[in-house]
Structures are given as C-alpha cells and as structure tokens.
Design a protein around this ligand. Structure first.
Ligand SMILES: [Zn+2]
Length: 312
C-alpha cells in the first residue's frame, strides 16, 4: 500500500474545500445581484428602503462567509489531526527506531501492544486506556484483524495508532522468501486500510528479528521499523506484579514499552496495566503514540541543528 504524496492530499483537500465553499459563495453573490438589479428597476422613491435591503444582503453574505471560514478552519484542524496521528517525520521514514532519548523536561513514554486484536483482552485494554485518557500504539496481525474487524476499528476510533505486525507472525532469524515477505506486510497493510481507513507507515518485525528480510522490505516502502526499549516480558512472565516491576524500573524519557494484547491469554497484562499507568504517572510521565514520540524527537533534533548552524 503506497501512501499518497502530501501534495496530492493538499490538492485534494483544497479542491474539496473550494467545492464546499463555492455553492454558498455563488448563492450569496446571486442574492446580492438580484437585490441590486431590483433596486435599479424599482421606483427611486424606494431607494432608502433598498439601501437598507442591500445592507442586509451584505450582512447576510458576510455571515455566510464567516460561517464557511469557521467550517473550513474546523475541517483543516480535523485533517491535521488525522494526518498527524499516523505521519512519521521524514528523518525516521525508512529507518529503524529503538532507543529514542529525549532532553525534553516533560517526560514522555509510548505504550505499544502487539499481536492483537484479541477477543476480550484488547477491549479491556482499550477501556483502561480510555479511563486514563491515554493513547497507545497497537501493532496488529493481519490474521487476527481479519477475525476481529470490529475491535480493529475500535482501536482507531478511540484515537489510538495502528501499526503493521505482519499477517502470520513469522518470528524467524533466517531469510524469508520475497513473495512471502511482500504478502505478510502488504496484505496486512491493505486490510488495515480497508477496516480502519488508515494507511499505516509503522512496522514492527515479529520477535524483533531484523535479518529475515521483513524489516528491509518495510524500509524499502519507507515504513518506520519500530522496536522497543523496555520489554515487559509479559509473553514469558505471567505475573502482573513482575511485569509491572519490570516496566517501572526500566522506564525512561522517550521509552517504547513492549506489551501484548494478543498472542495468547493476556489477563495478567490487563491486570498489570492500571498499575503500570499509575506508576508511570507517579514518575511524571505523559503517554504518547509512536508518531508523537518521533515528532517530539524530530523537533529536538531540529532545534539542535538550528543551534549548530547559528554557531558556524
Ligand atoms: Zn509479536
């Protein structure tokens, strides 16, 4: 799945906005012209009354325009939000990210959930996140999403970011067949788009294996390969206390936390999540999605580059 170039999106948006505005502007103009010509043909004795009419029309036109400008601004804001949540800054496109370090005073951390959508577990996790007003990133499997379309839709509808984690979860070190690689990523990306309307540019390789060809193909597509800095080991350790301890002791500014909503019974993750969230809040963390995290890092790097240029 190719993402549309930004220019196409802008062009499409502009024509959409113009198309939306035009009928009202034309209507307002017609109203003004009609009133104007009536004013000329009507008895001049009525000039004062007509002037008043014209003034009224002018007010009417301005209110129509004002209303449209408001709607336009609203639409642009919505569009900006829509594109922001899945867009990755250029410097991270086609790259692998793992250890993001931030100097920002406000500490941020990204919770990520893999191997879903999973019946019941994912929705319980969504409810906890909603209660705490936290947005996370979900790396879904195509075969799971195909079975749990509604949950997949819900992930996006509730404001979370969705990423590609292949179709079948081939967690292997050895090089894979190219057709298989392309269908693992391509089919999943297509399904994500069909179900959520989102084109994801985030890819997480199963098991974190970078040598089997999946990550290389994702990078060729200019996807960002997202690893993690904190492994909760929830796939191995079934104790909610242990995984909470692991995440809290290994958290740091700019961290990416690996958790699982799918791939097996994850009741211990559901049990641990409120404690993980509260513990991180006590450490003054704010929760961000992967694109948000990368945007914050991008801004920091940009500031550093500017400072360097000034010194030269
Ligand atoms: Zn996985």
């Amino acid at each position: 799945m190719q993402i549309k170039p930004l220019t196409t999106i802008i062009a499409a948006t502009s024509s959409f906005l113009i198309a939306m505005l035009l009928p009202d502007i034309i209507w307002a103009k017609q109203q003004a012209t009609t009133t104007g010509s009536t004013a000329i043909t009507t008895n001049t004795n009525n000039q004062i009354a007509n002037n008043k009419d014209n003034q009224f029309e002018v007010i009417k036109i301005s209110s129509v325009l004002a209303k449209n400008i408001n709607t336009t601004q609203q639409k642009l804001k919505e569009l900006e939000l829509k594109t922001f949540d899945l867009s990755v800054p250029k410097r991270f496109q086609g790259k692998t990210v793992q250890n993001i370090t931030l100097k920002n005073k406000q500490k941020v951390i990204a919770l990520t959930f893999d191997d879903g959508p999973w019946n019941k577990t994912t929705e319980k996790i969504l409810d906890i996140l909603k209660k705490h007003n936290i947005k996370a990133t979900f790396f879904v499997l195509g075969q799971r999403l195909n079975k749990q379309k509604e949950i997949g839709k819900k992930i996006v509808e509730e404001g979370h970011v969705i990423g590609n984690h292949t179709w079948n979860h081939p967690a292997q070190k050895n090089k894979m067949n190219q057709d298989r690689i392309e269908s693992e990523i391509g089919q999943t990306g297509k399904l994500i788009y069909q179900i959520t309307g989102k084109t994801t540019k985030l890819f997480r390789p199963p098991g974190g294996f970078l040598e089997n060809g999946l990550a290389d193909y994702a990078k060729e597509r200019k996807d960002t390969v997202v690893l993690w800095s904190t492994d909760s080991k929830d796939w191995y350790d079934k104790s909610a206390q242990e995984i909470t301890k692991k995440v809290l002791s290994k958290s740091r500014n700019g961290g990416i936390v690996l958790l699982h909503d799918g791939g097996g019974p994850r009741d211990h993750v559901v049990e641990a999540l409120p404690n993980i969230i509260n513990g991180l809040k006590q450490q003054d963390y704010e929760f961000v999605t992967i694109p948000e995290l990368l945007t914050i890092k991008d801004r920091e790097l940009h500031q550093e580059e500017l400072a360097k240029q000034r010194k030269k």
